[in-house]
Design a protein around this ligand. Structure first.
Ligand code: NAD
Length: 443
């Protein structure tokens, strides 16, 4: 099939490259000229495992092209995917301007290049957006088209794998014709029998928010259990194992830590909370989820302050991990942004290392944090002479360091671990003072 993809971020570029890899002709369009230039030269502008492979192969076989012209992408495509940002606007409401501005332009393009097309909202958008996109296009053309909701469930860090083998594909389509086109497109991705679930557009739009909201709630619930563990002297890892074996609860997403971040959970929880409010419903659980998560992100700083009797001034802190999660360079809403800011405000200085996110972090961190920070590309450099280490991201390379070396390298062997990476006995045996989340402190 001939596809257009508008927006080449984590969702658009991965979708475009994976659709091309499965034999479709794909033109990706982005307004960011520098990004398009880099991609034309064969450079993948984001870090995402496995993306280079599908990207290179599709370009080599001339199935994946890049442009800054919406017209060029529209002209040739049968299905046009909108993979545009929907950042939080006022009051947490999703800002639809990126999506609706493009929808506005599509009407005229339909007149210039007539013929039926499917326009797909792949961005995460509030209930009713398919109607708004339809209205924006219809206002300018009488051509035949369908608007479909097709929320994306890929996880950054495993985006290619998720896209290639989705657990399900959700499609909200108002006509059989559009549903059939989407089914044909996605069939190669669900050969193992996973479902393509066709439903109405509103349910499809809400499905994405419901999925992210329940995952954010699950994380937050475990963080609250961890906070209780700290107060009653229990170990959240034991509690996790104890409940995770119950198949109704499941083992995944039960790890306590320093809160959820990223470009999706925070904004999507806010957005569905806002939508509920617009329809006169007070979504109370999500209100608590957001409040608890805000506190959880900096809970580790509170522990540090407590350890240093409230005085972090002049302390030099090593920071391992800046990305909001491992295997990505994305730092949007990363706990590390809040932690470094709070540490800088408390008068500490920092040296930080992330395998992929040093650069993206520097573009996103607060100026207060950056003034107090230096960065290194050497994991061990962070440990040298520091008063403490704080771990913000659970990259694999942080999981099995030689802990026995820490006391020799650090000024004082104190670790504040926001991701519960180390066994308590192992930390104790290495001579560390080890403070984690929801587990007894060591040392
Ligand atoms: P992103 O910010 O990484 O990428 C968006 C891209 O759109 C950018 O490259 C930007 O330059 C481009 N763009 C902006 N305006 C444009 C225009 N008028 N024409 C062409 N390109 C334009 O965003 P993302 O993370 O890929 O997310 C896109 C949507 O998908 C959001 O609604 C998000 O909530 C949703 N989503 C994201 C993820 C994820 O893990 N990142 C997962 C599922 C769903």
């Amino acid at each position: 099939m001939k596809l257009g993809v508008v927006g080449t971020g984590y969702v658009g570029l991965v979708s475009g490259a994976c659709f091309a890899d499965s034999g479709n002709d794909v033109i990706c369009v982005d307004i960011d000229e520098k990004k398009v230039e880099r991609m034309r030269k064969g450079e993948v502008p984001i870090y995402e495992p496995g993306l280079n492979r599908v990207f290179d192969r599709s370009i080599r076989e001339n199935r994946l092209r890049f442009t800054t012209s919406l017209e060029e992408a529209f002209k040739e495509s049968e299905i046009l995917f909108l993979c545009l940002p929907t950042p939080p606007g006022a009051d947490g409401q999703a800002d639809l301007s990126f999506v609706l501005n493009v929808a506005d332009d599509l009407g005229e393009l339909f007149n210039k290049y007539p013929g039926y097309r499917v326009v797909v909202n792949k961005s995460t958008v509030p209930v009713g957006t398919a109607d708004k996109v339809r209205e924006a296009i219809s206002a300018k053309t009488d051509e035949e088209f369908d608007v479909v909701s097709n929320p994306e469930f890929l996880r950054e860090g495993a985006a290619v794998e998720d896209f290639m083998k989705p657990e399900r594909v959700v499609v909200g389509a108002g006509t059989q014709r559009a549903a059939d086109a989407m089914r044909t497109l996605y069939e190669p991705f669900v050969r193992s029998g996973n479902p393509i679930i066709i439903m109405d557009e509103r349910s499809s739009e809400l499905t994405k928010y419901a999925a992210n909201a329940i995952l954010a709630t699950k994380i937050t619930f475990m963080n609250e259990i961890a906070n209780i563990c700290e107060r009653v002297g229990a170990d959240v890892d034991n509690v996790r194992r104890g409940i995770g074996t119950d198949s109704r609860i499941g083992k995944r997403f039960l790890f306590a830590g320093i809160g959820y971040g990223g470009s999706c959970f925070p904004k999507d929880v806010q957005a569905i909370h806002h939508t509920a409010g617009q329809y006169g419903y007070d979504f109370k659980i999500l209100d608590s989820v957001m409040k608890v998560n805000e506190l959880q992100k900096v809970s580790i700083v509170e522990k540090m302050k407590e350890y240093y009797d409230g005085d972090l001034a002049g302390k030099r802190i090593g920071v391992w991990g800046l990305a909001f999660k491992p295997e990505t360079d994305d730092v949007r809403e990363a706990p590390a942004l809040y932690i470094t800011d709070a540490l800088a405000k408390a008068g500490a200085t920092m040296i930080a290392y992330d395998p992929e996110a040093n650069e993206t972090f520097q573009a996103a961190a607060t100026s207060v944090a950056l003034e107090a920070m230096e960065f290194t590309t050497d994991r061990d450099e962070v440990l040298k002479g520091v008063d403490a280490l704080v771990i913000c991201t659970e990259w694999n390379e942080f999981r099995r360091p030689d802990l026995d070396r820490f006391p020799k390298m650090m000024k004082t062997p104190v670790i504040f671990d926001g991701r519960n990476l180390y066994d308590l006995k192992r930390a104790k045996d290495a001579g560390l003072i080890y403070v984690s989340v929801g587990r007894p402190s060591v040392g």
